[in-house]
Design a protein around this ligand. Structure first.
Ligand code: AMP
Length: 113
């Protein structure tokens, strides 16, 4: 996707502060952190949102959660953490490339927003 900022980050056309990378996913620090630890985990493949997850591509979501658990351990979020996915305009998804927010280092209220 030519006009997708997260695809540009994957391609290295826009800089990011990387936390993890492998052949399928990239994790980088959010520009506007909402918690002491705020990392975005994205598939390298362009998937618009969680609404586009199918039987064919759902394995990437499992992989993203493996990476989230690994990062949470690495960042010593032993007291807990939150994983957030905003899907679509009503949920406030501002970047239309599937991403999961890994948030930690503070306590969180519920329900959100
Ligand atoms: P959402 O509102 O769920 O779509 O989340 C998009 C997130 O991407 C926001 O938390 C932004 O702060 C973050 N963001 C946007 N552009 C960048 C960027 N170039 N580098 C890091 N984070 C970004």
């Amino acid at each position: 996707m030519d006009d997708c900022i997260f695809c540009k980050i994957v391609k290295g056309e826009i800089p990011s502060n990387k936390a993890y990378e492998d052949d399928k996913v990239l994790a980088f620090y959010d520009l506007e952190p909402q918690a002491p630890v705020h990392i975005l985990i994205i598939p390298k493949e362009h998937i618009k949102s969680a609404a586009e997850i199918t039987e064919e591509n759902s394995a990437i979501v499992a992989h993203i959660f493996e990476v989230a658990a690994k990062l949470a351990k690495e960042k010593q979020l032993d007291g807990g953490f939150r994983i957030v996915n905003n899907a679509g305009d009503d949920a406030g998804q501002s970047v239309k490339h599937l991403h999961f927010h890994l948030l930690g280092g503070r306590t969180f209220g519920w329900p959100a927003g």
